[in-house]
Design a binder for this molecule. Structure first.
Ligand code: 3UK
Length: 536
């Protein structure tokens, strides 16, 4: 294998081999050649196979074929190399909402053998700085509409030298530079184990961690979950809400549709109302979004019944049974739940519609192995709660980070989730390991209490934490957003407490209930429990 990287930063900062997970390549579809550029496989291949005129990307007012995307990506690749001086192995910051130029820039970076570092569009200069510093970024491609934050970050980041803006009409914008360059580009002959993306974790606490993924990792996630669980075809129309900077979005909205020659619809704003409308106007068939978004759309879900939509994927957070039921009753569609992680790039435990067990995430995805282990890393018996351990073709490689030894133990990736497995091999989510509540010696999983509360018709959204208590160590405290028309008074507190007691073991009921208008969430839709702990 020969690396194409002239700038060896990524390879130099890989975790030592004995701290890396064990990688598995048992499946025949996971045999990768020594030299591999994932842009060739995901994009150029379709043009070579005569499918250049098929629709690749749609967005409001935009429709690009595979040939159009290749044309743009090649021009940008030429700008990167000849105007900006990017060499293979350099990191390139990408900062944009989910739009077509963002995807063209992503492919351009991969084509030149550089490393794409995509960031959430809502990040401010203060949050971009640690990313630029950590990945030692010299070059950036950015949507003109987000220029202010990138400019202000650039002033504080000595490494960042060249920034080009797209969706900008001016003479020095990326679009003008593209017009001066050729639409032909010979992709860098990268090694399958050259890093091509650095994804920052959307962690709800602490300093962000940078995970490194190779060209072969990108192809591996396309070969595992999509063909075995999603089973999309070239006729499918993908759509969803997760940002492309979040690997849930990168996979669901770029890698997976392109790996089967399908089309993807990109929405810069993809809240529940925008999604509902766009599904119908674009005829989406495959949807990727978070549990809360399904819950918010369910009341209008009837409009999607007997429409184009056929596969709905939920990930990012545990899927409450009540949300699964609401969505099925409204739309007639059973959700595909799947747990993924930035460290593993995409989903590794999931179930298709036919095999869904409400309350369970699913079974391990072909290509991966999963087990529930105790604190010493030994597998626990069926039905026992422990830590989720996973290994497969992808896994955790933090960039220069001592937390590597916490995530990877004995070759297994420890995701930080408490799970149990049943006799049929279904994995049942309990909580993040740090979110188990211990009250008077009882272990209580916050999501179980949330689930019970959400079954009450007055509850729109809720979150449960353990708050410190002198007598009991911790007590179960719930934060509840009520649906319109319900009073947030003492009578409602009592009603909800009694309701939980009648639904699950009474000792788990929330001793404290606080009413809120809305719950604090990250840009990837995850609940920020630490914010609630501060509130409590
Ligand atoms: C939690 C889930 C229960 C779990 C992600 C799909 O979420 C993704 O990556 P992150 O790094 O977070 C990972 C953590 O999120 N989680 C995700 N999905 C589920 N918990 N059920 C689920 N279905 O705590 C996990 O450890 O932000 C999801 C694809 C790619 C991703 N990066």
């Amino acid at each position: 294998m020969s690396s194409a990287h002239i700038d060896t930063f990524a390879r130099d900062n890989l975790p030592p081999i004995d701290q890396q997970p064990q990688f598995l390549f048992d499946l025949p579809e996971l045999q990768f050649p020594e030299q591999l550029n994932c842009a060739t496989e995901l994009l150029d291949r379709h043009i070579l196979e005569g499918n250049g005129s098929r629709i690749c990307i749609r967005a409001p007012g935009l429709s690009w074929t595979y040939a159009d995307l290749q044309d743009k990506a090649n021009r940008i690749a030429n700008v990167l190399v000849y105007d900006m001086g990017v060499v293979p192995g350099n990191r390139v910051l990408l900062h944009a909402p989910n739009n077509a130029m963002m995807v063209a820039c992503w492919f351009a970076v991969i084509k030149v053998g550089a490393i794409a570092v995509a960031t959430m569009p809502l990040l401010r200069a203060k949050e971009l700085k640690p990313v630029i510093d950590k990945a030692q970024i010299r070059h950036a491609l950015c949507d003109f509409h987000l220029a202010t934050e990138v400019q202000s970050a650039a002033q504080q980041c000595p490494t960042l030298q060249t920034v080009r803006y797209f969706n900008d009409d001016s003479a020095n914008g990326l679009d003008a530079a593209m017009a001066r360059h050729s639409p032909v580009f010979a992709n860098a002959n990268t090694a399958s184990d050259d890093t091509c993306i650095i994804a920052f974790t959307s962690g709800t606490t602490g300093i962000p961690k940078a995970t490194m993924h190779f060209h072969r990792d990108v192809m591996a996630v396309c070969a595992c979950w999509p063909p075995h669980v999603l089973r999309a075809t070239s006729e499918d129309v993908f759509m969803g809400s997760p940002p492309l900077a979040f690997t849930f979005g990168l996979g669901g909205l770029v890698l997976f549709p392109l790996s089967v020659g399908a089309s993807t619809v990109l929405l810069e704003k993809a809240g529940p109302p925008q999604l509902l409308e766009a599904i119908q106007t674009f005829g989406a068939t495959v949807l990727f979004t978070a549990p809360t978004s399904y819950r918010a759309m369910a009341p209008q879900g009837q409009a999607l019944r007997n429409g184009t939509l056929r596969h709905c994927v939920s990930a990012g957070e545990a899927l409450p049974v009540s949300t699964r039921t609401l969505w099925r009753e409204a739309t007639g569609i059973e959700l595909i739940d799947g747990i993924g992680a930035t460290e593993l790039l995409h989903i590794f435990i999931s179930a298709d519609e036919e095999h869904a067990h409400p309350g369970a995430t699913g079974k391990v995805v072909p290509g991966y192995q999963a087990q529930v282990v105790d604190d010493d890393g030994k597998p626990v018996p069926v039905g026992t709660v422990g830590k989720l351990a996973v290994r497969g073709p992808t896994g955790c490689r933090y960039l220069a980070d001592e937390r590597q030894t916490k995530y990877v133990r004995n070759g297994w990736n420890l995701t930080g989730d408490a799970y149990k497995m049943d006799a049929d091999g279904y994995f049942i989510y309990q909580a993040r390991t740090d979110d188990m509540i211990v009250s008077s010696g009882y272990n209580i999983a916050a999501p179980e209490v949330e689930e019970a509360l959400m079954l009450h018709p007055a509850v729109a959204e809720c979150a449960v934490i353990g708050s410190p208590d002198e007598e009991r160590g911790q007590i179960v405290q719930a934060f509840v957003a009520l649906r319109a028309g319900h009073a947030s008074d003492d009578a409602m507190v009592k009603t909800l407490q009694d309701f939980v007691k009648s639904t699950i073991a009474p000792y788990k009921y929330p001793r404290a209930i606080t009413f809120v208008n809305q719950l604090p969430r990250t840009q990837t839709g995850k609940l920020q429990r630490f914010m609630l702990r501060d509130l409590a």
